[in-house]
Design a protein around this ligand. Structure first.
Ligand SMILES: [Zn+2]
Ligand SMILES: [Zn+2]
Length: 118
């Protein structure tokens, strides 16, 4: 393959944005790739930035799931404790506690599903 800009030069790399051949004279080295021009360099940086941002968003959502599950679980325990301490509130405490524990389990399951699909 020959360089897109210098047809008599042998290309030793491929632009990550437009897939054109790039010779050492016009290659712009980036963090994880080669670009053929300033224009492509900007695009590659933008794409890499987007990928990084997506990855951190996914990590955050997973963390949010586990935080929510923890809060549900804690509230469930609180209601169970209330049910044990106050016999008047027994039914109410167990009912509300069970709902929160189920909520915690479901939240963990959806969090797991999400991390598996990625
Ligand atoms: Zn290019
Ligand atoms: Zn060139």
């Amino acid at each position: 393959m020959h360089c897109y800009t210098h047809p008599n030069q042998q290309a030793n790399a491929i632009c990550k944005n437009c897939n054109k051949g790039v010779c050492p004279l016009c290659a712009i080295e980036l963090e994880d790739g080669i670009a053929c021009s300033e224009h492509c360099a900007e695009k590659v940086k933008m794409i890499n930035g987007m990928i990084n941002r997506n990855q951190s968003i996914q990590g955050k959502t997973k963390g949010a799931y586990y935080r929510a599950a923890f809060i549900y679980g804690a509230l469930g325990c609180l209601f169970f404790a209330t049910a044990f301490m106050y016999s008047d509130l027994k039914f109410y405490g167990f009912a509300a506690g069970s709902i929160f524990i189920i909520g915690a389990v479901l939240t963990i399951i959806s969090g797991r599903k999400m991390s598996r699909s990625n």
